[in-house]
Design a binder for this molecule. Sequence first.
Ligand code: THG
Length: 262
Amino acid sequence: MIVIGELINGMYKDVARAVANREADIIQHLALEQVKDGASMLDVNMGPYSKDPARDMRWLVETIQAVVEVPLSLDSTKADVIEEGLKITKKRAVINSTSADPERMDIIFGLAKRYNAQVIGLTMDKSGVPNSKASRLELAQTIVAKAIEYGINTEDLYLDPLLLPLNVAQPQAVEVLESIHEFRLLCNPAPQVIFGLSNLTQGIKSRSLINRTFLTMAIANGLTAVILDPLDKKLMDALITAELLLNKNIYCDSFLDAYRKK
Ligand code: THG
């Protein structure tokens, strides 16, 4: 499972403040902690408060790369902000993200080709996030077709069915679960399938329990990557255990420790 740590996000007030004041130690601590706890990549998101997102992106990427070696997921709605990051990432980056909107896809897949980056494709368009599995699948097909047109290897494409909060869109959780399996069948080689797990429980109690239960179900349905909080130990234990039960790792009494060491 590709685990992308979500904590460097300007949505968090302490992160937004650290970026504004150029407090490198706060960002570097978050980077180191997430990697120590199992993140194989880090999401980098300026959040809504940045006054100069392109400069902030450059500073964040430099600051993070000074202490960890993992690849970065450059998370922005602005293509020029993503490009600032692409210019200086040392490891192959993930562009987070394009929608199925044709103009956006042309810009993002163009950048992906130019910088040899991977791409997350959100199954939404100008009319928003669809309700049903069927409309998510239609948008996913549109994204796959465009990626192939640009000569992107479909293994480097991550399809994201977009998880919405349970308290506003409860019936959609099962639509997302079922779409995972179908996304995997869309092309050969199969695309990655990813979602932002914490979206599910924004503003909800029993957050950790719901997150880890849903993640387990999604892994069983074929999820290959996930954006989450790697500092949630019970969540990471559930992820490791789900992979064990799917026969991805060999059992031993200390399987949790063994997985963490590798
Ligand atoms: N898909 C893709 N990228 C994404 C998302 C996705 N990037 C952003 C987001 N969704 C994933 N990252 C987060 C990060 C934090 C939270 C949720 C998703 C979160 N934050 C606290 C909250 O709302 O309770 C914020 C608390 C605070 O303000 O301090 O939940 O779906 N491709």
